[in-house]
Design a protein around this ligand. Sequence first.
Ligand code: 5GP
Length: 117
Amino acid sequence: MAEETIFSKIIRKEIPSDIVYQDDKVTAFRDISPQAPVHILIVPNKLIPTVDDVTEEDELVLGHLFTVAAKIARDEGIAEDGYRLIVNCRKHGGQEVFHLHMHLLGGRRLGAMVVKK
Ligand code: 5GP
């Protein structure tokens, strides 16, 4: 059984966060350290630690992350100009919180996708 992170507490509303969307499958809340004018994390309510832990059973909820991302982007007024969705996996991906999550970033030009070496 994977260890819970702070995101499980946010999902259960045991600690405060700025939740912008929640349903039975996913929760979306503003990142505590935003890297763009809009920076929202979209998280499966079920704890999946990393992309490497994903199974076929998770396909419905993972697909739902995209539907919710698109809805939030429209609600935030950034859909027309565009935005970026990022999912980091483990050390080389830069993952810090081991509860799979999708970053929704927008509201400005985001520049290069990967920092050049
Ligand atoms: P990762 O690097 O794992 O892909 O992204 C983790 C993200 O979670 C970071 O952008 C970080 O700022 C955000 N984060 C970490 N702890 C908290 C928290 O307690 N509340 C919120 N809202 N965001 C958090």
